[in-house]
Design a protein around this ligand. Structure first.
Ligand SMILES: *[C@@H]1O[C@H](CO)[C@@H](O)[C@H](O)[C@H]1NC(C)=O
Ligand SMILES: *[C@@H]1O[C@H](CO)[C@@H](O)[C@H](O)[C@H]1NC(C)=O
Length: 325
């Protein structure tokens, strides 16, 4: 298959499968493998010869994560190469944000200076020139292709798509930008409670509560427990998560309960907070000593399954005394 044809197929993919592109953004080291797969899929679906794609994107989409208020600017590039049939006069470069139908930035190399639009007027650096050596061919067609966002703040988080078109062909490239805010506070605590359990009746339990405040975007919060004397960390069952948002950030209340009888001794509870697509990870720990008075367990076989019933210590003591007599 000729080089030209391969490029045409890539073009189809650029237009049709943003989903795959996002996958590639995250799994950057697998790009070439993914492309091989895409070629195969395109061949199989018979899409190979539809459309004429003259403008060829050179790079792949990226994932950029920066902390709110910590960087001067973020540059999202839109590399492409021009084919022989592309006329410089027809070239139009546009950038879009999320699903908004209007572009946030546009540049027509032959006739219009770069222009930021809408709420991006004060955010996009219209004078930005791409660095020397980052484009193939004439600089004139490339110098303002990149989007430079000044002082990126959390509200700029989202997908950025550039579109390069010449006559009736176009290519797009997607970037995902995350401007995050680390959680202001993560607090974890436990509370002894009494619950009415279906099997165990009125019994002691522990309520585990984790509060996360002022984080962006919405975090992933998980509760785990591990026996201090050793063992694997396990996720708690039946975790309730409540998220609220206000003033551009999220807060979370995450809660779960465990019966003391489910715990085998001194237990460490953890609250793990992370933000997708960033390396933000915060873990809080707290220790809990389950009540030991009901720990002597009688095991009875019932209908083939083993049921563990907790007996009050006083009753066990009485049984022991009776047994000794
Ligand atoms: C974070 O990523 C996981 C795994 O891809 C996903 O299931 C979850 O919904 C994401 N969380 C948020 C808040 O987007
Ligand atoms: C991000 O930073 C800007 C400016 O420093 C600030 O106004 C904004 O409140 C911050 N966002 C969050 C979610 O804290």
């Amino acid at each position: 298959m000729g080089q030209q044809q391969q490029q045409q197929q890539q073009g189809e993919e650029d237009n049709n499968t943003n989903k795959k592109k996002k996958m590639m953004v995250v799994v950057r080291s697998r790009v070439s493998l993914t492309w091989t797969l895409i070629h195969t899929l395109v061949l199989m679906s018979g899409l190979c010869c539809v459309g004429v794609m003259g403008v060829e994107m050179a790079g792949r989409g990226t994932l950029v994560a920066v902390e709110n208020g910590t960087v001067e600017a973020v540059v999202l590039d839109c590399p492409f190469t021009l084919e022989d049939e592309d006329r410089f006069e027809d070239l139009v470069i546009k950038w879009y944000h999320n699903e908004e139908p209007q572009p946030i930035y546009q540049w027509i190399p032959a006739s219009m200076p770069p222009q930021a639009l809408g709420r991006f007027v004060d955010v996009v650096d219209e004078g930005y020139l791409i660095e020397e050596g980052t484009s193939e061919g004439s600089t004139e067609a490339h110098k303002h292709r990149a989007l430079r966002l000044l002082n990126p703040t959390t509200d700029l988080t989202g997908e950025y798509r550039c579109q390069v078109s010449s006559f009736n062909n176009y290519r797009t490239m997607m970037h995902h930008l995350v401007v995050y805010r680390k959680p202001e506070e993560v607090n974890l605590w436990t509370k002894e409670i009494e619950v009415n359990d279906i099997d165990a009746g009125q019994t002691k339990a522990v309520e585990v509560m984790c509060m996360v405040s002022d984080v962006f975007p919405q975090p992933t919060v998980t509760l785990t427990h591990t026996l201090v004397s050793g063992g694997h960390s396990q996720e708690l069952r039946g975790i309730h998560r409540r998220f609220s948002s206000g003033q551009g950030s999220y807060s979370a209340q995450v809660q779960a309960e465990m019966l003391d009888t489910e715990l085998e001794g001194l237990t460490e509870f953890h609250c793990h907070v992370s933000i997708n697509n960033t390396d933000v990870r915060v873990t809080q720990r707290t220790l809990y000593q389950p009540s030991m008075e009901e720990r002597t367990e009688a095991v009875t076989a019932r209908g083939g399954s083993v049921v563990i019933t907790a007996l009050p210590a006083s009753l066990v003591l009485m049984l022991l005394v009776l047994g000794a007599l």
